[in-house]
Design a protein around this ligand. Sequence first.
Ligand code: GAP
Length: 450
Amino acid sequence: MKADMEKMVSLCKRRGFVFQSSEIYGGLSSCWDYGPLGVELKRNIKEAWWRDIVQQRDDMVGLDASILMHPRAWVASGHVDGFADPMVDCKECRQRWRADDAKDGKCPDCGGQLTEPRMFNLMFKTFFGPVEEEAATVYLRPETAQGIFLNFANVMDTARKKLPFGIAQIGKAFRNEITAGNFIFRDREFEMMEVEFFVKPGTDEEWLNYWLEERFNWYINLGINRENLRLRQHTKDELAHYARFCYDIEYLFPMGWSELEGIAHRGDFDLAQHAQYSGRDLSYYDPDSGERFLPYVIEPSAGVDRSALAFLIDAYNEEPDKDEIRVLLRLHPDLAPIKVAVLPLSRNEALIPMAKDVHAELRTCFMTQYDDAQSIGRRYRRQDEIGTPLAVTIDFQSLEDNQVTIRERDSMKQIRVPVAELTRTLEAKLSGEPLDVLPPGGSYWLGFSN
Ligand code: GAP
């Protein structure tokens, strides 16, 4: 069962994933703060992306460009003239809308008449240095991509890469979105994970298809249900000013199918523009053919916040459990904020030293949480609700046989393992080994019929 948005917002606040920004001042619309669990989830998403996109590939390098860039870069990129959404106002209730959110020409709230669409540039402006004059105006980047294009020559000169190769970057972006809403789906400040993949013209279609498949499968491999994902090609009038073609990987969010990641064919638009505006030669010399040309670019561009929302919604489950409902997040172990909970059976003094020792050892390897408040059943439920895949319980028998139980979130089954085998066993289970594969000296425990 998938969560509706209300349930997700409530769980995120209650458990410390996401809070409204500046809440004590009444909130700042479309800005969100990630709490103790949210920050771990986001870190895990970014780490999974970096591992798969940069670390495990020979044809990719990373970059961390500054958010503030020379203002001419945004003229060259077309964002000053073209990065705008059509905006309409309701003549009755004064509510402001993106024109494409008011498709039948009426106010979605009150049905009132709308003004003619006006273009509204989404870039935030700020002042650079102490002088508030036009010359000192800079923009908060609305995409990380331009930092990559501006560094294309630097990376070429230093990274000794041949085409095809990509530059990857994760970082904040800012858009003064016209309409707020849908929680962390559309924010005014958000994080992006972008690749600009440079290819020889003529091989671009092949690489576009490659990245479509690669990126689609990334979400499935991290636990998103296949039936909640689809690929949709942009129509001509939807295309961004830089794109020749674009596909969206869409997710079935509670408000309907919506973009999760965009994969665009940017051609040589950006390198050509920056070469022209900067006067620098940004062409590539192909040592194999002796030709010099501007590479084409395939751009898989994902949002960290939007991915977090999709992973949370897809993982949400409510299951009948005796007379109650068990709420759990079936998050992939790589994404779960806490990997292992360490739970002494009770606060009995005899158990605490061993429980603390086990915790001290495990926290050197995993993100852990030690919890000894309330009944063991309630503590399991709390860990289920935040998506912790495994819990280790220390009971009175542990003091005698030096064994502890491992409880699996999804099946609620348990095995009993010697403390000496614990770290290795947890590592194996978090990497996908089935719970019923026992380490030396281990035994089946609760939930197993044999
Ligand atoms: N450089 C290409 C680019 O910026 P985009 O489709 O505008 O393309 C890419 O954005 C991704 O960034 C989106 O698929 C989405 O995941 C995320 N994104 C865009 N605008 C966002 C916003 N206002 N709030 C949260 N995420 C956003």
